[in-house]
Design a protein around this ligand. Structure first.
Ligand code: C5P
Length: 236
């Protein structure tokens, strides 16, 4: 399958049309941004590593009954994916409190809540992807209550599967962000990527951060951390 016209460029990926109107090619770049684009840089080989990590995780999810947009890895940086109409929502799951939640409500990073925390944000750079609730999302026409119910249901299953996939490799899945879209048949399908760019991943033994916080917080050894995640997930 060959790339046709360019459709869209995001912060970390580009999307191209293909000969098939229901399929797109997603190209993974090395560009990294943080703080809604305020901090910009590149992480060498990030596109290659995240393409591989997302492939491993999406294949795992598909095998376990989650519908994803992933159709196949084409080469180092390109994936063939189902074309979707993306919900302009970022769905965040928190198993351990960190990042924006720790800051917003004054809870120490690393605190483990009794329950799993689900958040949604309005995916809009101009407004800085603000945290919203279901009622906002419905009022704004971003999704229906029924669609949100399905999205939370699928997200809960994805969390269980990812906790196991990372947990088995000695990694704590602290939190992550996922996105969903609707395909031509109207099904709700997991989109985007799951990688150290979109998850907080802490080594269970040492507490070392193996994710994009190394870039956001200038901790160094960023590529090494991403490679470590790939090695652990890939070493089967
Ligand atoms: O920044 P915050 O604590 O809200 O992030 C929660 C999780 O969502 C983190 O794993 C982060 O990497 C991910 N995230 C993301 N893209 C965003 C915002 C958050 O992948 N735009």
């Amino acid at each position: 399958m060959e790339k046709r016209e360019f459709i869209y460029e995001g912060k970390a990926k580009q999307i191209y049309a293909t000969d098939n109107e229901n399929l797109v090619i997603i190209h993974y770049k090395d560009d990294a941004t943080a703080g809604n684009g305020e901090k910009k840089g590149t992480i060498s080989n990030k596109g290659v590593i995240n393409n591989e990590i997302t492939t491993i995780l999406f294949e795992n999810l598909e095998k376990n009954g989650i519908r994803t947009h992933f159709k196949g890895k084409l080469n180092d940086r390109d994936q063939l994916c189902e074309k979707l109409e993306i919900f302009p929502l970022e769905v965040i799951v928190r198993n351990i409190i960190a990042g924006s939640m720790a800051k917003r409500v004054g809870i120490e990073e690393g605190t483990k809540p009794e329950n799993t925390i689900f958040e949604i944000c309005y995916k809009n750079d101009a407004f800085g992807d603000p945290l919203i609730n279901d009622h906002h999302a419905v009022a704004m026409g971003l999704a229906t209550y029924d669609e949100l119910k399905k999205i939370y249901e699928i997200t809960g299953k994805i969390n269980t599967l990812l906790l196991k996939a990372f947990g088995d490799e000695g990694i704590d899945l602290v939190d992550f962000k996922i996105e969903f879209g609707k395909n031509a048949a109207g099904e709700i399908v997991l989109a985007d990527e799951i990688s150290p760019d979109t998850c907080r991943l802490w080594d269970k033994a040492t507490g070392q951060k193996l994710d994009k916080d190394r870039f956001r917080r200038d901790l160094g050894s960023i590529e090494e951390a991403y490679i470590e995640i790939l090695k652990r997930l890939g070493a089967k």
